[in-house]
Design a protein around this ligand. Structure first.
Ligand code: G3H
Ligand code: ZN
Length: 285
């Protein structure tokens, strides 16, 4: 996984981390990756991994890896407790995100460091930490105002990386989780990203959460400024539910899941393909 990030940084593209909680969403990711010959990260949050099952999604990913011979990475997204991270490692996840951003700075460092030490022993390839306040949730919601104090401080980011030893760091640079209902999502604070990137250098890879709804030009510039992983969830959830509602409405008599779901998978796959192209990870194997 770290080789994928290294290659992404050198060649100025980012790898998409797409959230799933069921087989259809996972299928959409794998099909998009195969079509566009792109590395991909399949992410499950705490809630998503509880629903699909950590061992179950791991088994699915293993089967696809053998079948399609592409780098498909399994990642735990926003693990908030040691216990969840431990379960993901035991299930065989390749990569874990410990989100201690709600903790105070010192406590976030201390807990993240413990997780890094533990995960290294278990052979996890990428441990992602988080610093800064990322507002919103992965849904359609009202506009949120971003405050200066939410943003990741470059000096603190360096201290965090050096003291914890994380491989990658999720930062707050004006990004939010989710998509605003009635207005555009906010622009990124690209100067802040530049400052963080200059401080961190090659000490850790930078991760952008809240990839849904972010202005496309900002995404492109963020990749030029060192972002190598971009998380996307809300847009996939919306594509899934809108397409499912339409499918059921258009075919009220249809009761066969395998006839209802292909249109849903296709709708999700289209969003993933757009993101892969936007992130520039197509044909980057
Ligand atoms: O961790 C997941 C992401 O940050 C997803 O954010 O729902 O705004 O795409 P999003
Ligand atoms: Zn996130």
């Amino acid at each position: 996984m770290l080789n994928i990030f290294k290659n992404a940084k050198e060649n100025k593209y980012a790898v998409g981390a797409f959230n799933v909680s069921n087989l259809e969403q996972a299928k959409a990711i794998v099909q998009a990756a195969q079509k566009l010959q792109s590395p991909v990260i399949i992410s499950t949050s705490e809630g998503e991994s509880k629903f699909i099952g950590k061992k179950q999604i791991k088994a699915l990913v293993d089967v696809w890896r053998k079948e399609i011979n592409l780098p498909v990475v399994l990642h735990l997204d926003h693990g908030k407790s040691f216990e969840t991270i431990k379960q993901a490692m035991e299930a065989g996840y390749d990569s874990v995100h410990f989100d201690g951003s709600e903790l105070g700075f010192e406590e976030n460092i201390e807990t993240t460091k413990k997780i890094v030490d533990f995960a290294r022993d278990k052979g996890v390839q990428n441990i992602e930490g988080e610093l800064g306040y990322l507002r919103g949730k992965s849904a359609l919601h009202e506009a949120i105002e971003i405050k200066e104090e939410d943003l990741t401080d470059p000096k603190k980011a360096l201290e965090f990386v050096e003291k914890t030893g994380v491989d990658s760091l999720a930062i707050a640079i004006g990004n939010i989780h989710g998509v605003f209902k009635t207005s555009e999502n906010p622009h990124l604070f690209l100067d802040r990203l530049k400052a963080i990137n200059e401080k961190i250098g090659d000490k850790a890879f930078l991760v952008l959460h809240g990839g849904s709804g972010t202005p496309e030009q900002d995404i492109k510039k963020a990749i030029q400024l060192g972002i190598v992983k971009i998380n996307v969830n809300t847009e996939l959830r919306i594509a899934y539910t809108e397409s499912l509602k339409k499918s059921l409405k258009d075919n009220p008599e249809q009761a066969t899941p395998y006839k209802i779901m292909p249109a849903v998978i296709e709708a999700v796959q289209m969003v993933i393909e757009e993101k892969i192209r936007l992130f520039g990870s197509d044909n980057k194997l």
